[in-house]
Design a protein. Structure first.
Length: 369
């Protein structure tokens, strides 16, 4: 909304101040502050409403891992994140840009999937009776395939000609790409499913998902800003993709919304984000890594989420299904550390530290090319 005020400066010289609303950096700061304030202002009211409605966490029994202290905590706190993000995007983004509309759609679509999952768990009072895994994959896949179709369609794709199906290799000198051709559609599907569910797997301890999410988002916000700037992209040997600056604004909004949510979600949490929040964040990060053409870099930047997802896959597909035994004490991997007696706060803080280190390594790829 505010973006369109910049057009007034073209017609009325006395409104030249409105040119600020055309600035990516100014709108990013505005989006961050807006998301932070919205989450802080409305967060407490949403938490009280969730509590009154009985929308409280259904605790899964982990045996030797104590979780009784979390019983009764309101869940679906992801509504705070979604409200903050959507309000910030509507106010500060260029809503005529696909780089704004696609992430906004991802937040809402994946957030609804997560909300349905949370509601089913609460309804049946069983954390294992949410939406079936197959149903979630199908619904996530529908969005991913629609996204792949848009990105590869003439007249709809926001990418310059010849870029859509190319896969960037990080840390390689120059603009080094592999053209996936038709297989790019499959790649988008796998990427979206992997990232959305990886973030969901990591949601298990107070504040564990929030900081790695905003740190990873910060990395991709920097890339979005550089790739969307003709001068910087040329100097740093990136292919210029006009419009990706809008993603920098949305990642700034994620940063603000995440900080605001952390106010309530830090240990001991007064609200859990639930699948509502983790799915929405996962969907948002998924479309962002695809739209800035830095998909493989997520292996490093989102290394915390990758490790969490791999621990689940190895435990279930190889350990339990193939070998008939556990490989890890518990999965996702953060529960293994809990099982071994490490305090929850120490696990979370160490995961935060690792996430920041991985973010710095990821940013180093800007010059190590």
């Amino acid at each position: 909304m505010f973006y369109y005020l910049s057009f007034l400066s073209q017609d009325y010289s006395f409104l030249s101040f409105f040119r600020l609303f055309d600035s990516i950096s100014f709108r990013s700061i505005g989006a961050m502050i807006t998301a932070l304030l919205v989450s802080l202002f409305f967060g407490n009211g949403i938490i009280k409403w969730l509590y009154r409605k009985g929308i409280r966490d259904v605790v899964r029994d982990y045996g030797s891992i104590g979780v009784s202290d979390k019983k009764g905590t309101p869940v679906m706190g992801g509504l705070i994140l979604i409200l903050s993000l959507v309000a910030s995007i509507l106010l500060w983004s260029d809503l005529s840009s696909m780089f704004s509309l696609i992430p906004l759609s991802a937040i809402l679509w994946y957030g609804l999937i997560g909300a349905k999952d949370d509601i089913d768990k609460i309804r049946y009072k069983n954390s294992d009776k949410g939406m079936s895994q197959l149903t979630k994959i199908i619904l996530q896949g529908i969005f991913a395939l629609a996204l792949a179709w848009i990105l590869t369609s003439d007249g709809l794709s926001p990418f310059p000609e010849g870029i859509a199906t190319k896969l960037s290799i990080p840390y390689m000198k120059g603009s080094f790409f592999i053209d996936l051709g038709f297989f790019y559609i499959i790649f988008v599907l796998i990427t979206m499913l992997s990232i959305a569910n990886a973030v969901n797997f990591a949601d298990g301890l107070d504040g564990l998902v929030t900081v790695p999410s905003i740190v990873t988002g910060g990395v991709y916000g920097v890339f979005a800003y550089l790739i969307g700037n003709a001068v910087y992209s040329k100097y740093l040997l990136f292919d210029f993709i006009p419009g990706t600056g809008e993603l920098a604004i949305i990642m700034a909004a994620l940063f603000g919304a995440g900080l605001g949510f952390l106010w309530y979600n830090c240990y001991p949490a007064t609200v859990f984000m639930g699948d509502t929040g983790s799915m929405a964040i996962g969907g948002l990060l998924g479309v962002t890594v695809i739209l800035v053409k830095q998909e493989l870099l997520f292996i490093v930047a989102g290394g915390i989420f990758v490790a969490e997802a791999l621990s689940v896959l190895i435990q279930e597909k190889i350990g339990i299904n193939r070998l008939g035994r556990r490989i890890f004490f518990r999965a996702p991997i953060h529960h293994t550390f809990q099982f071994k007696g490490m305090a929850e706060t120490k696990i979370v803080q160490r995961f935060w530290i690792v996430s920041i280190i991985l973010a710095l390594v990821s940013l180093a790829s800007i010059k190590i090319r």
